[in-house]
Design a protein around this ligand. Sequence first.
Ligand code: SAH
Ligand code: SF4
Ligand code: F3S
Length: 480
Amino acid sequence: MKGSDNYMNLPDLKEAKKRTNKDIKIINNDYKVPKNMKTFGKNKKYYIKTYGCQMNVHDSENIKAILEDMSFTEASEMEDADIIILNTCAIRENAHNKMFGFLGRVKHLKESNPNIICGICGCMAQEESVVEDIKSKYKWVDIIFGTHNIHKLPSILEDSLKDNTQEIEVYSIEGDVYENIPVKRDSKYKAWVNIMYGCDKFCTYCIVPYTRGKQRSRLPKDIIREVEKLVSDGYKEVTLLGQNVNAYGKDLKLNYTMSNLLEDVAKTNIERVRFVTSHPWDFNDKMIDVIAKYPNIMPYIHLPLQSGSDRILKLMGRRYTKEEYINLFNKIKEKIPNVSITTDIIVAFPGETDDDFNDTLDVVNTCKFDSAFTFIFSPRKGTPAYNMKNDLSEEEKNNRLYKLNELVNKYALEANQKYLNKTVKVLIEDKSDKEGYLMGYTDTMKLVNVKADEKYLGKIVDVKITDVKTWSLDGILEKV
Ligand code: SAH
Ligand code: SF4
Ligand code: F3S
């Protein structure tokens, strides 16, 4: 697909906002490497820098496999790479700053070796202001592609080499579902599995529905087949991925929703099933019952709150009240034994008063979350909240974040303290930063540093917790 000016397709956030009734296509055979690109990467190395959420992490796993299909091998350092790809995130302003900072380093390398190819993809590539900037100030960037055409990387690269120009191919479309894109997974034990793409919730602060397109679910059979293959390859854990997984299946009109999918994934007998992210709006009782019923569905739920103030929740377009959130929270706690619940919270949303902020603190005091990701509201161009008036000073915004974090950390430590001297199951997945230790996560998603020999990598073991901190636990292998 080529643009009207014959070599580029520029992003357009207004266009990206449109939603039609057009049926989503499931496309099984669109990925191919042109013949002349098959050995293009021979004796060359790639390096990918990934920002953002798990979805981007998983997209980078696809990009790695695509580059390996062109005979590239992975470089351990960026300095050794012949092609450098930045897979970007647009969720907050500081994500932008980080990426442009990194681009400075790439420029430096390219000055000493002009043959290095530099590519930018991911959510920032879907923003016109970013692409305009790159076009005018970073002319040396070779290719820019978006979230809808990752699988086209070989031909995008081919076009850029042919024309010897900056190749921009970004589509602001609702999107389809592409199957059979290769993947090179970072872990041998746990795997990301996309179950849906895009988002139709349009929370007023959020850029994701613009950068990722319409909500579109993969077919159940394609997901189950992928999980079954992972089981036979020896994987212990899958995390089902979507911006809003509880809405899974609604667009398919198959009368098959997230509770059905969770049940079928659990029945593959994969040892651990996780899923992110849950929007409180679509979290129904059937889902809670399925999670409670299957021991291999992990008792861990990330349930973003965003704000505790009904007024602010309404301005955010979140479609639930403080009371509804707390009721759902309590129901989950009651029905799923030992469940851990974490959350996301935004402070200083436009118009947030002291009272509104206190409502947020109040929910934190009520729910005592296992942990929380907390953010200062960041205006995203193109979203409704970008134009909302915000009177708070930077100092006040930072004060609120600080106050919230103090409370969140207090409850995180309290939640962890309950684990002291207890024995828990941990999937040992890697070496820890702590010398002589390995690391892994409990069923409830607590990070544990375990004093153990490397032969335990990839095993689910019983660990006795010997020390607890706010963000992690320490433990030793339980004697059998
Ligand atoms: N789909 C998920 C969230 C994805 S983004 C959900 O609906 O819960 C991850 C988190 O980033 C959000 O939960 C929100 O807390 C935060 N976030 C998103 N947009 C933001 C913005 N403009 N400013 C600050 N934080 C934001
Ligand atoms: Fe963004 Fe809301 Fe969609 Fe989450 S549900 S991705 S916060 S628009
Ligand atoms: Fe960032 Fe895009 Fe994910 S904006 S959080 S990488 S969906």
